[in-house]
Design a protein around this ligand. Structure first.
Ligand code: C2O
Ligand code: CU
Length: 490
């Protein structure tokens, strides 16, 4: 095993770093206006630790974390360059992926595909520009089910140059954990029931690393609430009793401000939503926030607890719309269309598989097919292929600068949040019906049997992961590579 410290070369940092600036200042020379500012520096150290997830009398929980759960918030301004040095103090290899950030391929944090994994004791320096403003997050891309499941993740917020006016900008990182009675994390990652079905869904939900009880608010207050779903597999469907949240961004990308469908904010694993919530309740009152996603498994997440003193009489009426990010608009007329189907899992025959040629339907058929799949290294597939690692032949090669429409078909009995690296895409339609907001996303949640059309311009060269973000599904094969060719020199 190599022990050399690897740090991405950063000529620019050196040239425009503090030393160069001081030198230029010392000579009385004006710094050339084109020179880049030094990047904002951050450090992350992945290590075993403890966290107080559940209140006393439960003990602390042994976790893997970046010092805390969630990891430290990384916050930069749009257009800034950032540099994050990651130190691996775990007993196994790791990487960090900047989920939703449109970074150069070499900074994407995918083991073996975009970088050599960071060995125990090593460091790696990630450096890139914060191109888009929005709500993002970071997490390992190595042994994800275990590493993310044990607590390695954190929020990454890129502020707009001119943010909208709110009284408070708050982030809730949502997670769920499978804890035993002594509050320790139960083992059994990657067992077949989780893997072949809904993924590892936990029994304890946390907000910012703690089982929550109340969230203190004041009457008349306007809150920007950034939700991040960091769970391995749980889908959240949040309802805010007595309040009308407005969705202003999805997966970091601005969307026309609108009320969520059926008043419920649905977030698959890895997805984010920015909400504006006006606190219109009366001082001293309480309102429940419930998660109603799974039928008959609804629970109270926490209460909005109004202080006795209002902040002001009426909530402000300032604009909520966020400025657009610099995303290339796909040209649908010239776009190349590609069919992508997602298959596998247990009971996949039960609802009438459209792929044909499979063994009989029902539980046994699904199980049989799954066992058969296991022997080939995976039980979930994309276009019939179950991935066995991050390195593989690309499932699609897209020409740099071209628009593409992917026609995604969920040919399984399960939900899948499908994530593309290096790009955001527009969600054009669901089951043939155009979406209302043509939202930009980096992760699209597909319901069982759903057909979804997405479109984007392949403008970021490199090999990019395209995978289900239910981490157990990803590990068991639901993962592919989309290659974007280098910019042509003609
Ligand atoms: Cu958030 Cu490929 O992952
Ligand atoms: Cu999946």
């Amino acid at each position: 095993m190599q022990t050399k410290t690897i740090v991405a070369p950063s000529r620019r940092t050196f040239l425009a770093g503090a030393g160069a600036t001081a030198l230029l200042a010392g000579l009385g020379t004006a710094i050339p206006s084109r020179a880049r500012a030094a990047p904002r520096e951050f450090r992350l150290r992945a290590a075993p630790g403890t966290a107080r997830l559940v209140p006393a009398p439960y003990p602390d929980t042994a976790v893997w974390s970046y010092g805390s759960v969630p990891g430290p918030e990384i916050r930069v301004r749009q257009g800034e360059r950032m540099r994050v040095v990651v130190e691996n103090a775990l007993a196994e290899e790791t990487t960090v992926h900047w989920h939703g950030m449109r970074v150069p391929n070499a900074m994407d944090g995918v083991p073996h595909l975009t970088q050599r994994p960071i060995a125990p004791g090593e460091r790696f320096g990630y450096e890139f520009d914060a191109v888009d403003a929005g709500t993002f997050w970071y997490h390992p891309h190595q042994n994800g089910s275990v590493q993310v499941g044990r607590g390695l993740y954190g929020p990454l917020i890129v502020e707009e140059v001119e943010p909208i006016a709110v009284d408070r900008d708050v982030t809730w990182v949502l997670d769920d954990w499978r804890l035993q009675k002594d509050a320790s994390i139960s083992d059994g990652f990657g067992n077949m029931m989780d893997t072949g079905m809904a993924g590892r869904i936990g029994n304890t939900v946390t907000v910012n690393g703690q089982v929550p009880d109340t969230f203190a608010v004041r009457a008349g207050e306007r809150v920007r609430l950034r939700l991040i779903n960091a769970a391995n597999a749980r889908i959240f469907g949040l309802e805010f009793d007595g309040h009308r949240p407005t969705v202003i961004a999805l997966d970091g990308q601005p969307v026309e401000p609108h009320g969520p469908a059926d008043g419920r904010v649905v977030l698959g694993p890895a997805m984010r939503a920015d909400l504006v919530i006006d606190m219109t309740g009366t001082p001293g009152s309480r309102f429940r926030v419930t998660d109603t996603f799974y039928q008959s498994l609804e629970y109270r997440l926490l209460d909005l607890a109004y202080a006795a003193q209002p902040l002001r009489e009426h909530v402000p009426d300032t604009p909520m719309a966020l400025p657009a990010n610099p995303l290339a608009e796909p040209d649908l007329a010239s776009a190349k269309r590609h069919a992508v189907s997602f298959g596998g899992g247990m009971m996949s025959g039960m609802m009438g598989s459209s792929s044909g040629g499979m063994m009989g339907g029902g539980m046994m058929g699904g199980m049989g097919r799954m066992m058969q799949g296991m022997q080939h290294g995976g039980i979930w597939t994309i276009n019939g292929v179950a991935a066995t690692g991050h390195v593989m032949d690309p499932m699609l090669t897209l020409q740099h600068g071209r628009s593409s429409v992917l026609e995604l078909v969920n040919d399984t009995a399960w939900h899948h949040p499908i994530h593309l690296h290096g790009h955001s895409f527009r969600v054009l339609s669901r089951n043939g019906t155009p979406t209302r907001h043509r939202e930009w996303q980096d992760t699209v949640l597909m319901t069982p049997r759903e057909r979804v059309e997405i479109a984007f311009v392949a403008d970021n060269p490199g090999d990019w992961m395209f995978h289900c973000h239910i981490l157990e599904h990803q590990a068991a094969g639901m993962m592919g590579v989309i290659r974007v060719t280098e910019a042509s020199r003609t």
